[in-house]
Ligand binder design. Structure first.
Ligand SMILES: *Cc1c(COP(=O)(O)O)cnc(C)c1O
Length: 245
């Protein structure tokens, strides 16, 4: 029997990726959308560099990280692959220089001061930093994200910053959100994008949906889904949530 390789970690990764593509494609088609409009952003927090390399070998190009101190050494081991790195975690002011210089995208900008620091600290000989603004679409207390009513002013401020390229909007719904809350939250983010476009703001990205709620996000227009556990399996919690960044 030559079958033991079927159970190797890379085979499991391939199997989960196929299942994920089915979920994304099915949700897109059910909504009358082209599955090619949805980018799978592989969230590699809590996963070692070798797993990212294996995922890249399966065709994935975009990877998301939440913690600068975890991400930088991992990224340094993978420079040969030419991957696109997205910072998707909470942005601490003392980490903006590293984020601005090492990442291609930042999802989760919700304050003009952070945007200004990122723009100032972005190098002049690389492409502008792609930005998604995080919106607190369900009005949750103590959650990150700009309140919807403050979004237009933040958009106008970020548009002016020379080293940033405003790409779109992002939201994170609570894991326990009901299907009705998912529809409300994701629908609201899409509506906010459409309103901004109607005012002449060129944005093309809706970063919404994770392992548990990607179908609803795709149904409501997600162009980027951020997927961790459904792709890589469970994370090493000690890596994924460092006590101190
Ligand atoms: C961890 C994380 C994800 C991925 O979550 P899964 O449930 O593992 O798919 C997506 N987005 C953000 C902002 C995250 O922090």
């Amino acid at each position: 029997m030559l079958s033991t390789a079927q159970n190797s970690p890379n085979d499991r990764l391939n199997y989960r990726l196929l299942g994920l593509r089915e979920r994304i494609d099915g949700a897109a088609r059910a909504a009358g959308r082209n599955p090619g409009e949805v980018t799978l952003l592989a969230v590699s927090k809590g996963q070692p560099a070798a797993r990212v390399r294996a995922a890249a070998a399966l065709g994935l190009r975009d990877f998301g990280e939440n913690y600068v101190t975890e991400a930088l050494p991992k990224m340094a081991q993978l420079t040969d692959l030419g991957l696109y790195w997205h910072f998707i975690g909470r942005i601490q002011a003392n980490k903006t220089r590293a984020i601005a210089s090492q990442f291609d995208w930042v999802h989760g900008v919700d304050r003009v001061q952070l945007a200004q620091r990122l723009s100032t600290q972005r190098g002049h000989f690389v492409a502008p930093l792609n930005i998604c603004l995080q919106v607190n679409v369900l009005g949750e207390a103590s959650k990150g994200g700009v309140p919807p009513e403050a979004l237009p002013a933040l958009i106008e401020a970020v548009r002016e910053l020379p080293r940033l390229r405003l790409r779109g909007l992002m939201c994170i719904l609570p894991y326990e959100a009901s299907p009705a809350e998912q529809a409300t939250g994701f629908g609201h983010l899409r509506q906010l994008l459409q309103e901004a476009r109607a005012r002449g703001v060129a944005m093309d990205t809706l970063s919404m949906g994770m392992s548990a709620d990607l179908e609803s996000a795709v149904a409501h227009g997600a162009t980027v889904v951020r997927i961790g556990t459904a792709l890589f399996g469970s994370r090493d919690a000690s890596i994924a949530a460092p006590a101190v960044e």
